[in-house]
Design a protein around this ligand. Structure first.
Ligand code: SF4
Length: 335
């Protein structure tokens, strides 16, 4: 994807939530859910945002979509800055970025037939054809996600989880999206269905040139479909690299621990599992310095006071960004 102008650019994105005490209490503190996140995605590229529950990855997606207003930073879509854009100007751009949510059981209105679910975004953006033309349009959408035409007359609850997620993808594609934000889009599905939906997303990307922001805690799934990976910890990106570089040689201690927990295809193969001590600290009161120092097996004094900046260890064409004071990780067996 290098050399292609980015479709999505995110610079220093922050989303802080004030926390109040009681109904009339004053501000008690701030949850720094997203605390200065930067990345870009080119057309036809998949960037996966990974990390444990509560690391802020879903809030990044919601901030880009303006489902929650960002606190600071910039979001650019196709060369237009959208993070402060008034709603009337944002509206036509919204059709370019659509979301596929985790739970196909709750994200589709059970009282609507598939025809109405898919026609709604077309009507919202003034894209619906008239009369029988609309049905042709809807059948084309169903074919895109490999569902039969007779699905139009059925209700969402009549479908399996995987089929519902196909409907969710068709709904996201209906307005002609160039960017799909998939927020744990396959997490609720069975293993074999997960693979089918991942294959469908890859096929759609190749056919339509879609950019994908794939938000997931599941590194095993991510490895199959992504071009690059950004690893988040407590609101910050700690490592961002090409997939092959990151999976073959993770440079951040947190990434190494996450990868050590991914099941190997061969159950007999040996892997040194790195078990992190403690839980993820609260984003209401993150540790000073490197947020990861309370769990890092390599922490030293500097880590407790100075936040590490993202540094590049790759070349200019394939940057491998890492936020750690160490220049290299000690041998794996030392962890
Ligand atoms: Fe560990 Fe220090 Fe690197 Fe943070 S900066 S990941 S605490 S070695």
């Amino acid at each position: 994807m290098n050399g292609t102008a980015p479709l999505l650019e995110v610079h220093g994105l922050k989303k802080h939530f004030p926390v109040r005490r009681g109904l009339f209490g004053g501000a008690r503190g701030v949850v720094r859910a997203v605390d200065g996140v930067s990345f870009s995605i080119a057309p036809g590229e998949t960037l996966s945002l990974v990390g444990e529950s509560g690391c802020g990855k879903s809030t990044v997606g919601r901030s880009i979509l303006r489902l929650v207003p960002p606190t600071a930073g910039e979001v650019w879509l196709g060369g237009t800055r959208i993070d402060r854009l008034p709603t009337p100007q944002l509206r036509p751009l919204r059709r370019q970025m659509q979301v596929v949510f985790q739970d196909p059981f709750s994200s589709l209105n059970p009282r609507l037939r598939v025809r109405d679910i898919l026609a709604e975004p077309l009507r919202n953006f003034g894209l619906a054809r008239r009369g029988r033309g609309l049905d042709e349009q809807l059948v084309e959408l169903l074919e895109t996600v490999r569902l039969p035409a007779d699905a139009l007359g059925r209700y969402a609850h009549e479908f399996s989880g995987g089929q519902r997620q196909r409907i969710g993808i068709a709904r996201a594609l209906a307005p002609g999206a160039a960017l799909l934000i998939c927020d744990e889009a396959v997490s609720a599905l069975d293993v074999s269905v997960k693979a089918q939906i991942v294959n469908l997303l890859a096929e759609l990307q190749a056919r339509l040139g879609l950019a994908l922001l794939f938000i997931s805690h599941d590194l095993a799934i991510v490895e199959h479909l992504t071009h690059r990976v950004a690893v988040m910890y407590l609101g910050r990106i700690v490592e961002l690299a090409d997939r092959d570089a990151l999976f073959a040689a993770p440079r951040h201690p947190y990434t190494r621990a996450l990868l050590s927990a991914v099941p190997l295809p061969d159950p007999a193969a040996a892997r040194n599992r790195i078990v992190l001590r403690g839980d993820v600290p609260s984003p209401l009161n993150p540790p000073p310095g490197c947020h990861f120092h309370t769990r890092c097996p390599y922490a030293f004094d500097r880590c407790r006071s100075e936040p590490p900046a993202l540094r590049s260890f790759g070349n200019d064409e394939r940057p491998h960004l890492v936020a750690c004071h160490l220049d290299a990780l000690p041998d794996r067996s030392a962890a």
